[in-house]
Design a protein. Structure first.
Ligand code: SF4
Ligand code: SF4
Length: 177
């Protein structure tokens, strides 16, 4: 688990507000259903928030040594970056989940350039909404060499994908500090 650095979450609550799918004290949080303890700029129960997922999770912007610039803080850039989620042919694969329906062009361009310059693969998603309501599903796109794109397209062909699911006990969300 990466250590938090001096960056402070506030006023970001992107990982509390349903853009990552998490369980907080047994309550499912998903797109369109934020954690009830989120104020939109902090956590109402910060001192007593659950360890798992809330204390344990650190997004890629907040990790020690993060390459992401200040403006890429999730509430501002509208993307949550999750580095090193898997490996493809010995290349690290990063994941980017939108805060909202899709990742805005400025943030997506930054992530794609970062992937290209550092020999990293990128999977990123777009939230699927139906009748104006977010579902728990996403469309996934791959950025990298043609083989990577082809393999990911095959893997995600059934559309039953969600890159923003955080398993409690593995990697989790937090806010505040
Ligand atoms: S850990 Fe969560 S609240 Fe903190 S900056 Fe990252 S997404 Fe925002
Ligand atoms: S830190 Fe945890 S309890 Fe607090 S708002 Fe975020 S998800 Fe909810």
């Amino acid at each position: 688990m990466a250590k938090a650095l001096s960056r402070s979450c506030q006023p970001c609550t992107a990982c509390c507000d349903g853009w990552l799918q998490i369980k907080v004290s047994g309550l499912q949080v998903h797109p369109g259903k934020p954690c009830p303890h989120s104020t939109g700029s902090g956590c109402r129960i910060y001192a007593a928030r659950p360890v798992d997922p809330c204390v344990n999770f650190i997004c890629g912007w907040k990790m020690e040594g993060s390459a992401l610039p200040d403006w890429m803080q999730p509430h501002n850039a509208k993307v949550i970056f999750l580095p090193n989620q898997t490996v493809w042919r010995n290349f690290p694969v990063d994941v980017a989940v939108p805060v909202g329906k899709r990742i805005p062009p400025r943030a997506l361009n930054w992530l794609q350039q970062f992937a290209q310059s550092n020999n990293r693969m990128l999977l990123y998603s777009q939230q699927i909404a139906e009748a104006g309501t977010f579902t728990n599903r996403q469309r996934v796109a791959a950025y990298g060499p043609p083989d990577f794109q082809r393999e990911m397209a095959e893997r995600f062909a059934d559309g039953n994908v969600n890159l923003g699911v955080i398993d409690n006990g593995a990697q989790n969300p937090a806010t505040g500090s």
